[in-house]
Write a protein that binds this ligand. Sequence first.
Ligand SMILES: *Cc1c(COP(=O)(O)O)cnc(C)c1O
Length: 343
Amino acid sequence: MKIDLRSDTVTKPTPEMLHAMMSANVGDDVYKEDPTVNELEKRIANMFGKEKALFFPSGSMANQAAIKLHTQPGEQLIADQYAHVYNYEGGGVSFNSGVSCKLINGHRGMITAAQVEVSINPPDFYHSPLTSLVCIENTTNKGGGACYDFEEIIKIGNVCKDHDLGYHLDGARLWNALVAKGESAQQYGDVFDTISVCLSKGLGAPVGSVLIGDEDIMENAIRVRKVLGGGMRQVGYLAAAGLYALEHHITRLKEDHRKAKEIGRVLEQLSFVKHVEPIDTNIIIFTIEGNEEEFISQMASKNVHFYGMGQGKLRFVTHLGYTDDMHSVFLELLSSKKLDKVI
Ligand SMILES: *Cc1c(COP(=O)(O)O)cnc(C)c1O
């Protein structure tokens, strides 16, 4: 039994999702004639209480398009130092939009309104780049699946309003936050100008992200998507997977969260585990005594796969494809004395 805890992106469509995909009604989405894509976009826009939503082939492209919509070349955005837009989108912020990043040293990938306030360059000080956008992530990826306190999200939103800054949410794992905190999509729609959500992480669709916003900011989104090469034709087959996932795979995320917490509790008992970060959702970050690479390859030889994140941090991610059976096998392996000896 192969246990793959590298990421929640490794999921494959369930037979039911595949069935929904195969029976999708499709058309040319570049002409906006794909009824399934149109339905997905409408459904997601409604969930968030926004006027428009646009389907993208990846979360990176949705974020990059949002940054382009909010900024002009030479300007600056504010984000946490762990931000996906800064670390994991290939330098797209500068390549696509000619924008620099002011990075904040936040807590588990989360920043505060006070930190944002002092990071804004005064607009009349023409020596510095003009600050025009704040990007936050919920849940945080590199921050270990941490969820923001919604009050802080509102406070950051107020700072953005006061200083006339755009406010973008990288919500690749927003579904996890909604389930963990009992929040609604509408709440988020009320606060942010733009939101990207991912269908291919926790929700288990093979491909797809959606960018959401009101008409004014989204007016140019379809052109930017075209420029980035993201206009797709009969893509309703993929949108159908997203629609299926919205219906059937959101509430089950609590199972991933439960399993993550159970793994965390076992890790804390192990003599060679130094520290386990708090577990809010489906990501477990921990450090060990001894050599991480050795631990990773030892576990791989036992058919358990995961990544190191640098700086001695190791990560497990639970997901739709990590079954109850795998969970029992994995917990047993982790707590076996054999493993303790290996390390
Ligand atoms: C995965 C992820 C994305 C988008 O990634 P793609 O692989 O381009 O779909 C964006 N932001 C965060 C925080 C992510 O974890």
